[in-house]
Design a protein around this ligand. Structure first.
Ligand code: F6R
Length: 243
């Protein structure tokens, strides 16, 4: 595990964007696993900036997103599909056919999950997976539970997640109760994992995830076992770690 410390959100975003940019430069046809939420917005801004300066080319990059709310259309501003187009895809030269996000409108959950897993396999797996950390230790939408899920599946969102994500909606009642998410297995099979964590409110869960036992009660704790895991976090998030 590598840990990079940043003194601000901007610095964290730049350090993480450096790693993604290096991945694209090393392998212009790479498969990037991407995340939504507040944590990666600065990374996407930085990548767009480098693209505008002609230092990055997304022409052959492929992407797979971690998750999507169930029941939200891709044109719904709260959907993760919309978020990704807004913050990154519409601003760089990625090809639409190379963008993959679970289809929140597919009512046949079994079909959607199977298709998504097969798609990731057909791309040769994920080269670099970007993650944020949920307030309850979730990664993707893999909520605390009694076992690590292997594949893409439908989850019932935990109350803590609904509470944390309601800031993007009019009120908590508007937050969808279910989502499609890559499984822990799907995420752990990525060749590299990059996690960004920011703020004092994540300090305790980050400490539990990285220094205590590996348990599905804290889904991110499994990252301790990944052979190529990098964390980029700010001072506040690292404040409870002896590091
Ligand atoms: C987003 C995702 C989530 C978030 C996590 C942290 O696609 O899968 O696991 O990464 O909830 O969210 P923020 O960054 O908003 O604190």
């Amino acid at each position: 595990m590598k840990i990079y410390r940043a003194h601000s959100y901007q610095e964290m975003s730049r350090k993480a964007a450096n790693i993604i940019s290096a991945q694209i430069i090393m392998n212009p046809k790479c498969v990037l696993g991407l995340a939504t939420g507040s944590s990666p917005i600065g990374i996407y801004e930085q990548l767009v900036d480098w693209y505008n300066k002609d230092d990055l080319d997304f022409a052959r990059v492929k992407t797979v997103n971690l998750d999507e709310y169930r029941g939200l259309d891709k044109d719904n501003p709260q959907s993760y599909n919309y978020f990704m187009h807004h913050h990154l895809f519409s601003k760089v030269n990625i090809k639409e056919k190379n963008i993959h996000i679970p289809d929140g409108m597919n009512e046949d959950a079994e079909d959607e999950c199977k298709k998504y897993e097969e798609l990731i396999d057909s791309l040769g797996g994920i080269d670099l997976q970007l993650l944020g950390l949920g307030p309850n230790g979730h990664i993707g939408f893999n909520e605390p539970s009694n076992c690590f899920t292997r594949k893409t599946h439908v989850v019932d969102l935990a109350e803590a997640t609904i509470e944390a994500n309601k800031r993007f909606f009019e009120d908590a009642s508007m937050v969808p109760r279910q989502a499609y998410t890559m499984g822990i297995g799907t995420i752990m099979r990525a060749k590299k994992i990059l996690m960004v964590v920011e703020g004092e409110k994540k300090a305790e869960i980050l400490k539990r995830a990285l220094t205590e036992e590996v348990t599905p009660e804290v889904p991110a704790s499994i990252l301790q076992l990944h052979p190529d895991f990098t964390l980029v976090a700010d001072d506040a998030a690292l404040s409870k770690l002896d590091w």
